[in-house]
Design a protein around this ligand. Structure first.
Ligand code: UD1
Length: 351
């Protein structure tokens, strides 16, 4: 059984990916300093898979602590690197914190990849690297534009660092550019736990519907799109998670000739903010309290993926619809409300 190190394993995409990896026969260890996540999410992972996953509570910016994980686990055959800060607005206010955290952790990890000769490395990138694209859908060949935020620059710079590193080592790398991850595990056992007021659309919708937020705002309805609101490509977190398993299998099969390859992970269809809200209202039966507000600085008008490459090369075939995204996110939000202990140490005792 191949042993995979997942960084940021207690986060939203990390935890769902661990479930998918375990269900596909991988042994997984996680490293997460829990600065932005709850370690008890791994109890939820255990509930779903029946397997305990060990988390090393280590900050990847500390090289010695990171190195020690590899010394203890000399049989790691692949790394999936999720751990990073991801709040666009916060990155504008605190750019150095973002550059330091997201880049130093990556460099430390790559030093270990080199030292311990780890064969496979998968990196969590973002469609943010495309900026405001000239043409949609974007393919992996679409030229990246200057980033809109320090967060976006950390993704672009990370990709550059990995590209250059890949030329110097035999490790094979995959860069996965996520579009807009949303939804939750259909069991309702794990899901996203946004800290503070949610910045992303789907948690904003579900938190408004449940009453945590009184009213949400649609950030602009005067964009050149079919209904005036921004267009994005919302991809279910379980579809996204499975793409990581397929990426590792692809690397293991030896099919990847390049040292570093990029894949877009989106559904291939663009959905506007208003369409997303209406899809939520239809699937949940709830009327959402929202109003049109001003544009949010830094938002691109419209972006969605051409996902042909991931379909053809990885055999990826996203299964979940927009309605599934909304219904699973809603199920999770209702569970959080019904059971506040989800956030506590008693998480493991829940049914
Ligand atoms: C952004 C980043 C993405 C990053 C993600 C992580 C860009 C272009 N994209 O995605 O790379 O991975 O954050 O957090 O930088 N909206 C509302 N009301 C709300 C919340 C959102 O109208 O209360 C709208 C936004 O204006 C946007 C859409 O919903 O048009 C999606 O927003 P969000 O979920 O924040 O994702 P992105 O900004 O696309």
């Amino acid at each position: 059984m191949a042993k995979i190190l997942v960084t940021g394993g207690c986060g939203f995409i990390g935890s769902h990916t661990i479930v998918d990896l375990v269900e596909n026969g991988y042994e997984v260890i996680s490293v997460d300093n829990n600065s932005r996540s709850n370690p008890n999410i791994l109890l939820g992972v255990e509930k779903i898979t029946g397997k305990k996953v060990k988390n090393y509570k280590v900050d990847l910016c500390n090289f010695d602590d990171t190195f020690a994980i590899f010394q203890e686990n000399t049989d790691i055959s692949g790394i999936i690197h999720f751990a990073a800060y991801k709040a666009v607005g916060e990155s504008v206010a605190q750019p150095l914190m973002y550059f330091e955290n997201n880049l130093v952790s990556l460099i430390n990890l790559l030093k270990c990849v080199q030292e311990f000769n780890i064969p496979h490395f998968v990196f969590s990138s973002s469609c943010t690297v495309y900026g405001e694209p000239d043409e949609i859908p974007v393919t992996e060949k679409t030229t990246p534009k200057p980033a809109e935020s320090p967060y976006g620059y950390t993704k672009q710079m990370s990709e550059q660092i990995i590209n250059e590193f890949a030329k110097a080592v035999t490790t094979k790398h995959i860069l996965l550019r996520y579009f807009n991850p949303a939804g939750a595990h259909p069991s309702g056992i794990i899901g996203e736990m946004p800290l503070g007021k949610p910045q992303n659309l789907v948690p904003a919708i579900t938190q408004t519907a449940i009453g945590r937020i009184e009213k949400m705002h649609v950030f602009g309805n005067d964009y050149p799109t079919r209904d005036g609101s921004n267009m994005r490509d919302y991809i279910h977190v379980c579809d996204l998670a499975h793409a990581h398993t397929l990426s590792l299998q692809y690397l293991e099969s030896g099919k990847q000739t390049e040292r570093c390859k990029v894949f877009n992970l989106g559904t291939g269809s663009g959905i506007t903010v208003l369409e997303a809200i209406h899809a939520f209202e239809k699937t949940s039966g709830e009327k959402l309290n929202y109003e049109i507000g001003p544009r949010r600085p830094g938002d691109v008008v419209a972006i969605y993926a051409n996902n042909d490459l991931a379909r053809e090369e990885l055999g990826w075939n996203p299964q979940y619809s927009l309605e599934d995204i909304m219904s699973t996110a809603w199920k999770w939000e209702q569970r959080l409300k019904a059971d506040e202990t989800v956030f506590s140490s008693q998480y493991g005792e829940l049914n």
